[in-house]
Design a binder for this molecule. Structure first.
Ligand code: F3S
Length: 396
């Protein structure tokens, strides 16, 4: 892989040990994947934040790093709401370690707003064709597919290395030839809301790590596209998808429908709703959680409309970024008056808090897929309305 004289100096350690290590990681990845060189990135999003997933070894690794990131960079969700962690049933020991992790990232100049929807943040704008180094799989999918930006599905260390150097290796989804769809999915039913999470769950299994192009009979909202991409990245390894006449790149590039086509019908969607994730299909939902990926203002508004005036008797968690929660205090207040909790900086999958329950209702195909494995509890996929029905008191 070609390196400029300045990049060679970094690799030789002339700018310190942290940058040397970072450059070593980028060069190793570039060599493995046949990159011709490094390209500048506009921003980075760094996974590997929850103490639940990275543990003491991760904390130690991050704490040893010195320096400052060269591009706007933000963190993925942590293992707890950084302010209301005790309300989630998080132990003091976990909270202490989690704070140390976030502080260590913050000392590198990284924005410690922990979110998987960085594209909603002010000052973090992303445009068509921008090169990025993002690591959370739903954020990667949204950036590539909905915005038309270009990022590989980075690991935590490689996204952090790219943030420190301000560049990433030029391979994979940064290149035109890897963005062409190679499997077609024809959906023969109308879809709405959580249906897109169910479709993503099905389509991820069909696609694996390929690039699907969809033909749909309905026009999805951006929130529905977010949900579709998140689920596909979880049940498969889809980092980029296109939709005929919907996503920008499919229209600009005039992509053709590939020869291999799978058909998805209403019965495929219903089967996902009817199948409990996890080992105990007879257990009752004792919690509902939405906001995977983190809620947009529009999603918060619609949840507020649905719970206004209701009393919930079981836990109902709504996840969003702290920036959005702080911008819309009235929506947060309306939701919380019902007994629900609007939690920030974390989610139902990366927090250990979910392990205290038996069966979680979710409206997200991604959470449905991951909750049984990551939290060791059962999951049911349903619409937000049905999630609320499962936790509302009988008096409503
Ligand atoms: Fe985000 Fe957690 Fe879902 S990181 S995409 S809310 S699993």
């Amino acid at each position: 892989m070609y390196l400029t004289a300045e990049e060679e100096c970094i690799l030789e350690g002339e700018e310190g040990e942290t940058l040397r290590k970072a450059m070593e990681i980028l060069v190793a990845l570039g060599d493995i994947y046949g990159a011709d060189g490094l390209i500048p990135i506009k921003s980075a999003q760094i996974a590997g934040v929850s103490y639940k997933t990275i543990g003491d070894a991760g904390l130690e690794w991050i704490s040893d790093l010195k320096g400052q990131v060269k591009v706007p960079s933000v963190l993925n969700p942590a293992g707890m709401d950084m302010v209301r962690w005790d309300e989630m049933g998080i132990s003091e020991e976990f909270a202490k370690k989690q704070k140390q992790i976030v502080e260590a990232y913050g000392s590198l100049g990284i924005n410690t707003m922990c979110t998987c929807t960085p594209y909603y943040l002010e000052g973090f704008s992303v445009g068509y064709g921008d090169h990025l180094a993002w690591s959370e799989s739903s954020a990667v999918s949204y950036a590539n597919s909905v915005i038309g930006a270009r990022t590989n599905r980075e690991g935590g260390p490689s996204a952090l290395s790219a943030a420190l150097v301000g560049k990433t290796a030029n391979y994979g989804y940064h290149l035109d030839e890897n963005r062409i769809p190679n499997v077609g999915i024809r959906v023969e039913c109308e879809l709405h809301g959580a249906d897109y999470g169910a479709l993503g769950y099905v389509a991820g299994k069909i696609s694996g790590n390929r690039v699907p192009i969809f033909s749909l009979t309905s026009v999805p909202t951006k929130d529905e596209l977010k949900s579709l991409g998140a689920a596909m990245a979880a049940s498969g390894a889809v980092a980029l998808y296109h939709i005929e006449n919907v996503t920008l790149e499919a229209q600009k590039m005039n992509y053709e429908f590939p020869e291999e086509v799978s058909v998805v019908e209403r019965s495929d969607i219903e089967e996902v709703y009817a199948t409990v994730g996890g080992s105990d299909s007879n257990s009752e939902c004792d919690i509902a959680a939405v906001g995977c990926p983190h809620c947009s203002p529009e999603e918060l508004q619609s949840i507020a409309d649905m719970v206004a005036g209701k009393t919930l008797e079981k836990e109902f968690w709504v996840f969003t970024s702290r920036e959005i929660a702080e911008k819309y205090p009235d929506l947060v207040e309306t939701i919380e008056k019902s007994g629900a909790k609007v939690l920030c900086d974390t989610c139902m999958v990366v927090s250990p808090a979910a392990n205290n329950f038996q069966h979680m209702a979710v409206n997200s195909g991604k959470a449905y897929n991951y909750v049984p494995g990551m939290c060791r509890i059962n999951s049911t996929l349903c619409s937000v309305e049905n999630c609320i029905k499962k936790v509302v008191s009988d008096d409503n």
